[in-house]
Design a protein around this ligand. Structure first.
Ligand code: ZN
Length: 142
């Protein structure tokens, strides 16, 4: 999310408070929750592998698998209520968020081409922890 810091700094007070309200409404940052689940399942991982496209949040080198944890708003989760486009400065947001989405797509392609298996977990999928555990377990075991 570091790449978005510049954007957060130039938000109008209203935009900023809307986004911060979204952030505050969660008890835990999405990445931390996923890490906790992965750790509890007994898998060990590396964080933000710098040499891999997109710096995946979790990397499982031996299994050649990576997990991205994406915020629905910043990464533009399709048809997701959390990814609603702000009503003001729509052009700015459209360009910014579409750029993020395209970058994600490119990184995923590059990883897959290099033989990595990629799992993307969206912020809105974190509420059901049991389902999340099953999904991560299936992905890592396969
Ligand atoms: Zn979502």
């Amino acid at each position: 999310m570091l790449e978005n810091r510049g954007v957060v700094d130039c938000l109008s007070p209203n935009e900023r408070s809307q986004i911060m309200a979204r952030v505050r409404s969660k008890n835990m940052r999405p990445e931390l929750l996923v890490r906790r689940v992965v750790f509890a399942l007994g898998y060990r991982y590396r964080l933000h592998a710098k040499e891999l496209p997109g710096h995946p949040d979790l990397a499982f080198r031996r299994r050649k698998k990576v997990i991205f944890v994406h915020g629905c708003f910043w990464h533009r989760h399709e048809n997701c209520p959390l990814a609603r486009m702000p009503k003001s400065r729509t052009d700015f947001w459209e360009a910014k968020l579409e750029g993020n989405r395209q970058r994600d797509e490119k990184n995923t392609k590059m990883l897959r081409r290099a033989g990595w298996k990629v799992l993307t977990i969206w912020e809105c999928e974190l509420k059901d922890t049991t389902r999340l555990e099953r999904r991560i377990g299936r992905f890592l075991d396969a």
